[in-house]
Ligand binder design. Structure first.
Ligand code: ATP
Ligand code: MG
Length: 192
């Protein structure tokens, strides 16, 4: 079981690269953003709560987010048994600690964290561009500004958490999709 976390600011390309990683390494892709947007589209109770945070560019509270992830891992036990690429989770220190506990409880570990490093101006430009046809409630200027601030305050410090256990690997997240993917594969191959 080979579990990988893809890490980076909003719009850093986590989703795009995760699909390629899942395909090449046979990992199950869990995108918490996609899971939440699916709840919103289906108008579930979780979706109603999630919508109010996401549209502001805020994070869903840790307790709720962790519960959603735990439920997902339980219900997808079969699909996740060869490993997972975690995209959009963890975003806070409590989430990172919980994730380590969860995977350790099944005798596994997070083998590597791939950090896509992209300057803020580039992230903002990408999200504005994506917002033209993504239909996402958070790809607008105000939410984008907030998402970047939240990223720096709450999520970026996780680099230290993972670096302390030798698991953080910075990748230059600017370039072609294939160039970035090649750098990611080098990190994943070395973590086996
Ligand atoms: P990328 O473009 O790199 O894939 P993204 O910025 O599009 O990244 P998503 O991962 O799709 O971001 O998340 C969108 C929103 O969903 C977040 O801004 C947040 O409100 C909510 N969300 C997703 N994952 C989490 C999480 N782990 N904890 C709290 N909120 C989350
Ligand atoms: Mg995404």
């Amino acid at each position: 079981m080979h579990n990988i976390v893809i890490f980076g600011g909003p719009g850093s390309g986590k989703g795009t690269q995760s699909v390629k990683i899942a395909d090449k390494y046979g990992l199950f892709h869990i995108s918490t953003g996609d899971v939440l947007r699916d709840h919103i589209a289906r108008r579930t109770d979780i979706g109603k709560v999630a919508d109010s945070y996401i549209s502001q560019g805020a994070l869903i509270p840790d307790r709720l987010m962790i519960k959603i992830l735990e439920d997902l891992l339980v219900s997808r036990k079969e699909e996740t048994k060869h490993g997972v690429i975690f995209d959009g989770f963890p975003r806070t220190l409590p989430q990172a600690e919980e994730l380590d506990k969860l995977v350790e409880s099944v005798g596994a570990k997070i083998a590597a964290v791939v950090g896509l490093e992209v300057p803020d101006e580039e992230l903002a430009a990408r999200m504005i561009r994506r917002g033209i046809d993504s239909g996402r409630s958070d790809d607008n200027e105000q939410a984008i500004r907030h998402r970047l601030a939240v990223y720096h305050k709450q999520t970026q410090p996780l680099q230290e958490y993972y670096a302390a256990s030798g698991r953080y690997h910075a990748i230059k997240g600017v370039g072609t999709i294939e160039e970035i993917f090649d750098s990611i594969c080098a990190v994943i191959d070395a973590s086996k």
